[in-house]
Design a protein around this ligand. Structure first.
Ligand SMILES: Cc1cc2nc3c(=O)[nH]c(=O)nc-3n(C[C@H](O)[C@H](O)[C@H](O)COP(=O)(O)OP(=O)(O)OC[C@H]3O[C@@H](n4cnc5c(N)ncnc54)[C@H](O)[C@@H]3O)c2cc1C
Length: 226
């Protein structure tokens, strides 16, 4: 898996703070921007998060290049409707070599890993035979597995990023999407550390775990008698 932040709103935290300040100011945004100090950015972001005034976070966008994840992972990813995606097409791209992802549970068991790889490679051979027989890639792809690798470009604003991380950074989330959002958080840390600090599993904001069984970070509601 590779994740790179390829574009983002310049000064994302300043942009959010200016948008927020404008709501309560008689002066216009360019003037607010000139006067805004680091301390004000810090305290405005804190206030916004504490009060749930989250729309200013929609002004900061982050675009990521994501490579080498499985179609099983990308299928979960693209359910997030407020993000924008461009995904490598299995209709227009035909794969001479099929990139694929082996889950760690399979990786740890050499005999099963061998079977897994045989199955993926057998599917790829049928795919190649179908293409060679003139079947279009859009139909030949039907035989490819969920393990097949894929590349995407994804854009999310900071509000959606916080929301998605609240779901996908849960230690109980599926391992590949958890790994993906852990890598995304590391990329955001480089340019917007205050926003990155808020990319957390939702239990950190709720103060309890809403799963049936907790991973141990927070007790469940039942354990807290809620
Ligand atoms: C642990 C886990 C297990 C899951 N299991 C399954 C499963 O078994 N089957 C399955 O089909 N899916 C499953 N999903 C996917 C899940 O149902 C959501 O489709 C996915 O998490 C996207 O979440 P979202 O709607 O919160 O986010 P987004 O689509 O990113 O939207 C963000 C927020 O915007 C608002 N919003 C967006 N669109 C609308 C809308 N049309 N109407 C009203 N409000 C909207 C909501 O407040 C939403 O939370 C699972 C997700 C998780 C995290």
């Amino acid at each position: 898996m590779h994740v790179a932040l390829i574009k983002y709103t310049p000064d994302p935290e300043l942009t959010i703070a200016v948008a927020a300040r404008l709501c309560y100011s008689s002066i216009e945004a360019p003037r607010i921007m000139e006067k805004m100090s680091e301390g004000q950015i810090e305290s405005l972001l804190k206030q916004l998060l504490a009060s749930g005034h989250l729309s200013p976070f929609e002004h900061a966008n982050f675009t990521f290049a994501i490579g080498g994840i499985s179609r099983a992972c990308s299928h979960q990813l693209v359910r997030h409707r407020l993000a924008s995606f461009s995904q490598q097409s299995q209709r227009y791209v035909s794969f001479k070599k099929l990139p694929y992802v082996v889950p760690p549970t399979v990786e740890q068991k050499p005999a099963l890993k061998e079977k897994f790889e045989e199955a993926v490679e057998a599917a790829h051979r049928v795919y190649a035979d179908l293409l060679a027989a003139g079947i279009p890639a859009e139909d030949a792809r039907f035989v490819l597995p969920n393990a097949a690798g894929t590349n995407l470009v994804m854009t999310m604003n900071a509000r959606e990023l916080m929301h998605v991380c609240s779901l996908r950074l849960c230690p109980k989330a599926q391992w590949e999407i958890l790994q993906l959002f852990s890598a995304i958080k590391k990329e955001v840390e480089k340019v917007a550390p205050r926003i990155a600090a808020r990319l957390q599993p939702k239990c950190m904001q709720l103060g309890y775990c809403d799963e049936r069984e907790s991973c141990g970070i927070m007790p469940t509601r039942a354990e807290m008698n809620l």
